[in-house]
Design a protein around this ligand. Structure first.
Ligand SMILES: [Zn+2]
Length: 84
């Protein structure tokens, strides 16, 4: 595979997202192992995707807590109002 082809075909992102066919993946792997530019882009994109995943995970964790927390708060408010 030529470098040009790897760039125009968006092989780096598709490789990380698992969107390449078996043959394409093997071809791209053979290419980036000897192409510093593609190896570098792969490294940067991988870090980006990893960071994005961490944010997403964090958000999921929040969502799991925020529901019960709000319910608890409402109940506390009702109780407080009933007291006065
Ligand atoms: Zn390349």
């Amino acid at each position: 595979m030529e470098h040009e082809e790897a760039v125009t075909g968006d092989f780096c992102d598709r490789y990380l997202l698992g969107q390449l066919s078996e043959a394409e993946r093997e071809e791209f792997e053979a290419h980036f192992l000897q192409c510093p530019a593609c190896a570098e882009e792969l490294r940067t994109s991988a870090a980006f995707i990893e960071a994005w995943r961490a944010v997403f995970r964090e958000r999921l964790r929040w969502r799991r807590w925020i529901g019960p927390l709000v319910l608890w708060w409402w109940r506390l408010e009702d109780w407080w109002r009933g007291k006065r």
